[in-house]
Ligand binder design. Structure first.
Ligand SMILES: [Zn+2]
Length: 135
């Protein structure tokens, strides 16, 4: 099992440390997947396994579960025995968790006063997300 702290890969340079960079990118993609779903649910991700048994790519895809306490991300291949645990991912650029509970409304919506009483149109304004990350 690969046990990794994502914060240890900060500053990894793709030219000077290509192997570390590839592993960091692999782990970052897992963190993006894990933080895009609620905790304690399993994500059947589209991420391919990194293993190459017999120099052939493993046909498996990663299964991912994120737990709240302690904040660990567990991942494993659905086809081989490759697996890992990721810590140190919270509040990184790859942490896609929304800044709210999943039980709350997705967007705040405010009803604006009608400008033209004859139109009958109601205009809505939604609040932009206060956090925006990308992979
Ligand atoms: Zn595999």
């Amino acid at each position: 099992m690969l046990i990794a702290d994502l914060s240890h890969f900060e500053g990894a340079d793709p030219d000077r440390h290509p192997a570390a960079w590839r592993l960091a990118e692999y782990l970052r993609a897992i963190v993006c997947g894990a933080t895009s779903i609620p905790t304690d649910r399993r994500l059947n991700s589209g991420l391919r396994c990194r293993r190459r048994p017999g120099r052939q790519p493993c046909a498996g895809y990663l299964q991912i579960v994120r737990q709240e306490e302690p904040p660990h991300i567990h991942w494993w291949c659905g086809n081989c025995d490759d697996a890992g645990l990721i810590s140190g991912w919270q509040h990184s650029a790859w942490d896609l968790r929304p800044p709210r509970s999943f039980d709350e409304p997705l967007l705040g919506v405010d009803l604006l006063p009608e400008e033209d009483s004859g139109s009958g149109d109601r205009r809505f304004e939604s609040s932009p997300p206060s956090q925006f990350n990308s992979c």
